[in-house]
Ligand binder design. Structure first.
Ligand code: ZN
Ligand code: ZN
Ligand code: ZN
Length: 184
């Protein structure tokens, strides 16, 4: 009978991920597609060999070359069959190529409590921009109404409402620039 605990250890991204930088001798990470290449982190400019680890949201890592070839004909993880497709826009979820420079900035994997967004990055930004411009029009309209009303009445309560509307409008741009996230 096959002992698959070593297989498990060899294809899940190590936790903590910077274990890659200081591999202990008892953790052998190798590409489970070809069962041949040992995986270790490259520098960004020494890139694209089968020893370069590529990570999927399910937490599985493979040699980037082998995974590329696999993904030409499949849309699932070679180990757990996790479907690599965004639910809403149906675009493929791309693997993250791990390097010494980016390894600490990849989103957490699903077993680590990470999440997959409903849409890919470009689709999500498109939706956000549409929503934002609609909201912006709404807030701008409200500000104009309140400004007109204050100019009519000169009341302090109307001045406060006008100031509040202007602040809401200004805050919108702040919120939008903050939407950088750590999702797949
Ligand atoms: Zn391989
Ligand atoms: Zn998987
Ligand atoms: Zn998309």
């Amino acid at each position: 009978m096959e002992d698959n605990s070593s297989e498990r250890a060899s294809c899940y991204v190590p936790d903590p991920v910077y274990t890659f930088l200081f591999p202990p001798e008892d953790v052998q990470l190798f590409c489970i597609i070809c069962h041949d290449s040992d995986l270790f982190l490259p520098w960004t400019d020494l890139y694209s060999k089968d020893t370069d680890p590529a990570l999927l949201p399910c937490g599985h890592v493979f040699g980037s070359e082998c995974l590329d070839v696999w993904l030409e004909t499949h849309d699932t993880c070679p180990v757990c069959r996790f479907k690599l497709e965004y639910e809403l826009c149906k675009h493929p979820i791309r693997p993250r190529w791990l390097t010494r420079e980016n390894v600490l900035f990849v989103p957490p994997t699903l077993p680590e409590g990470g999440t997959v967004a409903a849409q890919c990055g470009p689709c999500k930004r498109g939706t956000e921009q549409r929503v934002a411009s609609e909201l912006c029009m709404e807030l701008a309209e409200r500000y104009c109404e309140r400004k007109a009303r204050y100019e009519q009445t000169g009341w302090e309560t109307d001045r406060k409402k006008m100031v509040k509307a202007r602040e809401d409008l200004e805050r919108l741009t702040e919120v939008l620039t903050r939407s950088e996230d750590l999702q797949w």
